[in-house]
Design a protein around this ligand. Structure first.
Ligand code: MG
Length: 191
């Protein structure tokens, strides 16, 4: 299978790293329990332009100091042996280098990496069979065109339900969902 994988809050804990630097920038002290919005900056009451300035300043450190989620590295290493792995992230091109260095540091192997906000278009063009992501808007967008998403549980995506949305609350469950989708795909191909 060709598997698309998001980075922030899917492979790694982006929430903790963002809160650390956003707290520093704002003087607030928000914790992961406060997070109920995919767009974290909104919790700080920032407008988009304000957020962009702060993200441009701290983004490198935020991305470099993020930790992989439990078992993400191990499971991705297993999946890499059997599948084509494309990292698909909405991070801006400005952070391409730190992203690639971080992946190298954590020994995460992949075949391609694409930085784009238009994940659906990217998945259509490169024939991705399934996207693993935490973004509620991606799950909804993909479901509209019958493309499966494994939605990694985060507090802000729990209300998304759809036949094409497969849930995982950890990487062991991600792997199980991949195996399930693979068996389904094999059945379809045999028909
Ligand atoms: Mg994400």
């Amino acid at each position: 299978m060709h598997i698309g994988v998001d980075l922030d809050n899917t492979i790694l804990d982006a929430t903790s790293a963002h809160l650390h630097y956003y707290n520093k920038a704002s003087g607030l002290s928000l914790t992961p329990d406060d997070v109920n919005d995919f767009y974290l900056y909104r919790l700080y009451g920032w407008a988009e332009a304000e957020r962009d300035a702060i993200y441009n300043k701290y983004g490198h450190d935020i991305h470099w100091n993020s930790s992989p989620l439990p078992m993400a590295v191990e499971i991705l290493q297993q999946l890499f042996k059997q599948h084509q792995i494309s990292i698909i992230t909405a991070r801006p091109l400005l952070f391409r280098d730190v992203t690639i260095e971080w992946l190298k540091l954590h020994k995460i192997n992949y075949h391609n990496i694409t930085l784009t906000e238009n994940k659906l278009q990217e998945c259509m063009i490169s024939k991705v069979d399934v996207l693993i992501d935490d973004g509620p808007h991606y799950a909804e967008e993909f479901a509209l065109v019958n493309k499966p998403v494994i939605l990694y549980d985060q507090p802000y995506n729990l209300s998304v339900t759809n036949d094409f949305v497969y849930r995982a609350s950890n990487w062991i469950e991600v792997k199980k969902q991949i195996e399930y989708l693979e068996s389904k795909l094999n059945l379809i191909n045999k028909k």
